[in-house]
Design a protein around this ligand. Structure first.
Ligand code: HEM
Length: 279
């Protein structure tokens, strides 16, 4: 799945983007793309920090001495600046290489995940965080959360099935375990042991017993199953902690799930961004 498959008729417009002033000025330099991409990554760092701080707090961990409402208020200008900067720099580097993005499943995944992440951050988690005492999720906020979650699942689905891009799904699994290690008070040790066993067993099978040169297809298939095992373990431990655990000023399982998927949707955007270059 990519934008060319969905919108083949816009190809002349896509090609014209590269010849649009002032993008043409940047195209004449050696450093243009790299410089803007560096700012792109810095902006990602800024928005990523805001998203992680606020959503981990909604999950009941991190800066627990501050209320989510206070954190949302203080982080809001930084989040908006980060998002504005990453969008602006993204559009510029996108116009420097439009045809690559037009036919890139990784870029398609990124844009779907980005819409999901923007809805989570600006229509769901900000609303939830602003509620000082006791969380009431209005039907509108629940509907927006469902739309954002559906879009994220779609982006993950495309990410997981496209050959040459699907190794990128490992970023979301690693992020889920990282969140679990911070949030999962009762299972973080056993989760770390299980993840360790999966990684070591995978390495022994795909690099010890067999190797990529002689058994390419078999090693790739085996690696996919080890990644799936890690994904199942992450879902199982996270589900157990969210639905059976309680945290300080617990806001309930629904809010913890919303916060978790809000972080994972932004991780998906960043991971897909990285895989544009790899695919
Ligand atoms: C309109 C929105 C955006 C556009 C058009 C865009 C475009 C791009 C392009 C063209 C690249 C370079 C791909 C390559 O290597 O050739 C890129 C890389 C990347 N983007 Fe974006 N981007 C957008 C938004 C975002 C957002 C919201 C995030 C993060 C949350 C993000 C994170 C990244 C990352 C992590 C990379 C990889 C950089 C690297 O490691 O080299 N992008 N993006």
């Amino acid at each position: 799945m990519d934008f060319y498959t969905l919108f083949p008729d816009i190809q002349p417009w896509v090609a014209s983007l590269q010849t649009t002033y002032p993008v043409t000025l940047l195209n004449q330099t050696q450093w243009g793309f790299a410089a803007i991409q560096a700012v792109h990554l810095l902006a990602l760092g800024l928005l990523g920090g805001c998203v992680i701080l606020l959503n981990m707090r909604l999950m009941g961990v991190g800066m627990t001495s501050a209320t989510p409402a206070l954190m949302e208020r203080n982080l809001r200008p930084w989040l908006i600046s980060g998002v504005a900067a990453v969008l602006l720099t993204g559009i510029v580097i996108g116009m420097l290489n439009p045809e690559k993005l037009y036919t890139s499943p990784a870029f398609f995944t990124k844009m779907i995940a980005m819409v999901s992440a923007l809805i989570f951050s600006f229509a769901v988690t900000n609303n939830v965080a602003r509620q000082e005492s006791g969380v009431k999720l209005s039907p509108v906020v629940m509907a927006m959360a469902a739309i954002a979650f559906g879009l994220w699942l779609w982006s993950i689905g495309v990410f997981a099935v496209v050959e040459g891009v699907n190794p990128g799904t490992i970023h979301m699994i690693v992020a889920a375990f990282a969140i679990l290690f911070a949030f999962g008070k009762r299972t973080r040790i056993i989760a770390a042991i299980v993840l360790g066993i999966i990684v070591v067993a995978g390495a022994i099978v795909t690099h010890g017993i067999y190797n990529l040169d002689d058994n390419y297809e078999m090693v790739l298939t085996t690696e996919v199953w080890f990644v799936r095992a890690a994904a199942v373990a992450a879902v199982a431990f996270m589900g157990y902690e969210i639905f059976t655990g309680t945290t300080e000023d617990d806001r309930g399982a629904t809010v913890k799930l919303i916060a978790l998927f809000s972080i994972l949707s932004w991780v998906t955007v960043a991971a897909a961004g990285r895989w544009i270059g790899f695919s």
